[in-house]
Design a protein around this ligand. Structure first.
Ligand SMILES: *[C@@H]1O[C@H](CO)[C@@H](O)[C@H](O)[C@H]1NC(C)=O
Ligand SMILES: *[C@@H]1O[C@H](CO)[C@@H](O)[C@H](O)[C@H]1NC(C)=O
Ligand SMILES: *[C@@H]1O[C@H](CO)[C@@H](O)[C@H](O)[C@H]1NC(C)=O
Ligand SMILES: *[C@@H]1O[C@H](CO)[C@@H](O)[C@H](O)[C@H]1NC(C)=O
Ligand SMILES: *[C@@H]1O[C@H](CO)[C@@H](O)[C@H](O)[C@H]1NC(C)=O
Length: 576
């Protein structure tokens, strides 16, 4: 059985469109929740490993026409963990991975069995939506390690209709196994994305026949690598994504964008990344071909998007339906010398698409459940680690100064897998596995700053100033620079304290972390925390650190869990 099928550090692009409700600026008007207004429908399309930074969206004209041009693009939307299954569980529970404890794609730390063991199957999005009067449908990949042997033990709860792709053939593109409602799994005859498109249209028809509002999740596998089991190895072989035959020869000249961090002469980064050799010419040539296969495989998704939008239009459903288009995580190929893959904290793996109107405040996948609740008029749950994304023009204006929109935390546990048949092989013939890929990271974005900060399980730290270094090539951690008008060590002391809160936060502490440090609410942003008045307070905070590189969330190896809170009179004491 394959392990770690998709360890991607996710940067997500998210597009939202609501038919005729969008105004001329592309902002979204929320339907009222008056008695006579029906709750809105949700169509949630999520690809697998689609990037923003490698420009895959530029190759999807139908998506751009039907969604991008109509909707709002959240340019700074992030996944909070860059690997498929944990990211999907965060999305469907509204919780960060350290609060779901589904942190990997396969047991013991992740996958469908861990989702069940942690009790999430009794307490997640489709169940909550059904309780609020929704019909719920889903087709495509659900979670990793959801397979032909455990699909009914138990069935995923909360759905009125499902058609799941099942392991071990989830990523085979052809001859994959689908499992409809409570039927037995069947090996399909056809191209996976086209079959998912057909199932989606069937579910829209079913949903239309009922007078309840509906949620429909559509999760094709493109542009994920094709995988196949390798005998004697728990790690599958990753080869190029497979386009539908009708798209196999498109974009013959496309190649990976050569950004400032593409296969650099001088390496940056931390842990295993710092030690990577430069890619040679044949490896780069191979990766450009791999990239073409990714964008070719996305063409069937582009077709799917158009079919779904047309169907909603035919049924007169478009005006009361929010369409989300996103990916579970981002992707890298060649950046920082990396072979194809995901799972890193850098922008390619964690950040979002940008078509149409741009908004520049921070949103994340952990906000999505809260956003759907807000749109459906359901009271928010206390255990949500996220908060509704601003959708109306006035909410968007307010978001610029909203302390909840300044940061996103990103976490990861375990290993990183090389994808693609690049020629570097492990002794088993499977892809190479990189260890020590456990870290806590965050992005902090305000009017006058755009920072990345990470702490790895190897106790390496990284600090990038993306205003001046958008490709994250100059780690400032050991420099004597001045940053934001302060000695860099003073800035780092604030970032350390912020990350100390975020790495184990729960509920509203995750959206308003400065309030944990400053319960009097006098500090709500990095710029306010930088006041020299707080220098001693931040210098006294415990150092954020790891004592070992674990494969899962074992808090005993993750250093101090608690710091100090600033009290009246300039004194401080523990948070609790
Ligand atoms: C997370 O799950 C792992 C594996 O079951 C377990 O060992 C660990 O204690 C859990 N962590 C927390 C914080 O509950
Ligand atoms: C969907 O499931 C819910 C919960 O079981 C149920 O109340 C509702 O009637 C179902 N809808 C349809 C159309 O069967
Ligand atoms: C699908 O399965 C059939 C029957 O086993 C086989 O002949 C065919 O080659 C398979 N197609 C692909 C693309 O693997
Ligand atoms: C490039 O690297 C691959 C291994 O990834 C190796 O097989 C190949 O020989 C190298 N090519 C050159 C020209 O060095
Ligand atoms: C992981 O990091 C530790 C601490 O830096 C180091 O001793 C160890 O060799 C690393 N392991 C691997 C497999 O790189």
């Amino acid at each position: 059985m394959p392990r770690l099928i998709s360890a991607a550090l996710l940067a997500i692009g998210l597009t939202l469109v609501n038919g005729s409700a969008s105004n001329s600026h592309g902002a979204i008007k929320k339907p009222g929740h008056s008695a006579e207004t029906r709750q809105p429908n949700f169509v949630f399309i999520m690809t697998d490993d689609q990037d923003l930074h490698l420009h895959s969206l530029d190759y999807m004209p139908k998506l751009q026409r039907h969604i991008g041009d109509e909707g709002t693009v959240f340019e700074r939307h992030f996944c909070t963990i860059a690997v498929c299954c944990p990211s999907r569980v965060s999305l469907m529970t509204g919780k960060l991975a350290h609060n779901t404890n589904v942190t990997d794609v396969y047991p013991p730390y992740g996958g469908y069995p861990k989702f069940i063991a942690e009790g999430h199957n009794d307490n997640y999005l489709p169940i909550w939506l059904q309780d609020a009067g929704y019909n719920t449908y889903y087709t495509g990949k659900f979670l990793n390690a959801h397979s032909t042997s455990n699909y009914n033990n138990p069935y995923p709860k909360g759905w009125n209709g499902t058609n799941f792709l099942l392991d071990p053939s989830t990523y085979s593109y052809w001859n994959s196994t689908f499992q409809h409602n409570h039927d037995k799994p069947v090996v399909s005859d056809g191209y996976s994305t086209d079959l998912i498109s057909r199932h989606a249209l069937d579910f829209i028809e079913e949903a239309h026949a009922s007078d309840r509002p509906f949620f429909l999740g559509i999760t094709p596998i493109a542009p994920h690598a094709k995988t196949a089991e390798v005998e004697g190895s728990s790690i599958p072989a990753f080869t190029d994504p497979v386009p539908a035959p009708r798209h196999a020869n498109k974009f013959p000249n496309a190649r990976i964008p050569r950004g400032g961090n593409f296969n650099p002469d001088t390496q940056s980064g931390a842990s295993w990344i710092l030690n990577l050799p430069q890619l040679n010419a044949s490896e780069v040539t191979y990766m450009d071909g791999y990239y073409r296969h990714r964008i070719q495989s996305l063409q069937a998704v582009d077709d799917l998007v158009e079919s779904v939008v047309k169907k909603l239009e035919d049924y007169g459903l478009l005006d009361n339906t929010y369409i989300f288009y996103t990916s579970d995580n981002g992707y890298h190929a060649g950046q920082h010398r990396m072979v194809p893959g995901k799972g890193c904290p850098y922008e390619e793996d964690i950040n979002i698409p940008m078509i149409g109107r741009k908004v520049d405040f921070v949103t994340s996948h952990t906000d999505i459940a809260a956003t759907l609740f807000d749109l459906a008029g359901i009271p928010l749950r206390e255990d949500f680690d996220g908060t509704p994304m601003p959708l109306t023009a006035s909410e968007m204006r307010g978001a610029k100064s909203d302390p909840r929109r300044e940061h996103v935390s990103v976490e990861y546990w375990g290993t990183n897998l090389q994808e693609g048949d690049i020629g570097r092989v492990s002794p088993t013939g499977a892809g190479v596995v990189y260890y020590n890929n456990t870290y806590k990271a965050m992005r902090v974005i305000g009017d006058s700053y755009n920072l990345f900060y990470s702490v790895w399980c190897t106790d390496e730290h990284e600090l990038y100033d993306l205003t001046n270094d958008p490709y994250q090539m100059r780690n400032l951690i050991n420099t004597k620079k001045t940053l934001l008008g302060r000695d860099i060590k003073k800035v780092i002391s604030r970032l350390d304290a912020l990350l100390l809160v975020l790495k184990s936060c729960k509920g509203s502490d995750c959206t308003l972390p400065w309030q944990v440090l400053h319960p009097n609410k006098k500090v709500t942003s990095l710029s306010e925390a930088l006041s020299s008045k707080y220098d001693k307070f931040y210098a006294a905070q415990p150092d954020i650190s790891f004592s070992a590189c674990e494969l899962g969330y074992l808090p005993g190896s993750e250093g101090p869990q608690e710091g100090y809170a600033y009290r009246r009179g300039g004194d401080w004491s523990y948070w609790a």
